[in-house]
Design a protein around this ligand. Sequence first.
Ligand code: MG
Length: 394
Amino acid sequence: MTNAVLIVAAGRGARLGAPLPKQYLALGEKPVLRRTIRAFLDHADIDLVQVVIAEADRDLYSMAVSGLSLPDPAIGGDTRQQSVLNGLEALQAHAPDNVLIHDAARPFVSEAEIVDVLEALVTHDGALPVLPLVDSIKTIEGDDVTGEVDRATLGRALTPQGFGFAAILQAHRQAAGRNLTDDAAVARQAGMSVKAVTGQERNFKITTQNDLHRAEQVLEVDTAGTALEFRTGSGFDVHRFAADRPMILCGVPIPFRLGLDGHSDADVGLHALTDAILGAIADGDIGDHFPPTDPQWKGVSSEVFLRHAGQRVTARQGHITALDLTLICEAPKVKPHRQAMRESIARILALDPSRISVKATTTERLGFTGRGEGIAAQAIATVAVPGNAQESPI
Ligand code: MG
């Protein structure tokens, strides 16, 4: 099942009184049309987006869609209906099963509206999102109110309007030259069944200057929640020396007469880093995610823990910006291995080594590290996450 989208961007937007057609106006530094196209390109159920433009707008279009993966635009006609027909004819080469026909000036189409329209096409020939009317509706002649209309039987038609591709192409060919207000009307003229699904108020069409202001406000609210903020976490860990154990520090095997005791491979450096990253996103600690009582983590490489912590950041649409680790011991000597450790951590987390610092210090022969009983490690992680990042269950 392939689903194509036809975006109708051939209008000249005379009502807005702007120097550019409204679909090319900047909305938060990106053209309205680009935002509309992205809403569909980013949707998992959409395979292809075809745009219909005015011949005169070729340069504007090229700039608006630079870098996006799209077929050449179709060129519109004198009316919206003619432009849609031209777009459908262009889409015929791709033979999609369904087509969603959408206004270029509705950039805030929601994922739910796209899904609901596509789902409705399982049982109907066509579907469109509809909004209820909230005001009382009157019939008017001149200045006189002449009657009341039951608003419960009325709805405001939005787009995308979805159809079986072959059927709507045929319907549009038959309707050519007539002046029907939207594609659902063309479909019904051809006897196709059309289902109304729930539309959303934010899927409004940018037609007037007021609409453009409203769109800017919607965008502001959206981006306020997704703006990145920086968060910091710290981690600390200690493991005691043990004979007959490997010495692995930051994923790097270190030649030394002793190893470190622990349930896993006892990589004290990676444990401190893991806790620092989890701390930065307030996501518990290493013991919550990998209980030492669970036999499946016995002897496991601590790379698993660190990679998991990194994935918890990614799951919140965040990324790690810096890691700073200090290993505290009298021996083994860390310095000869620092570069290998940075590269090891970089590989595990798919980060650039320039974001990773590994340092070493002693405690001047004081305390348990000074007496050579084990190694301590402390780490600080800085991550960038959207301000609206939600907690996810462990
Ligand atoms: Mg540990």
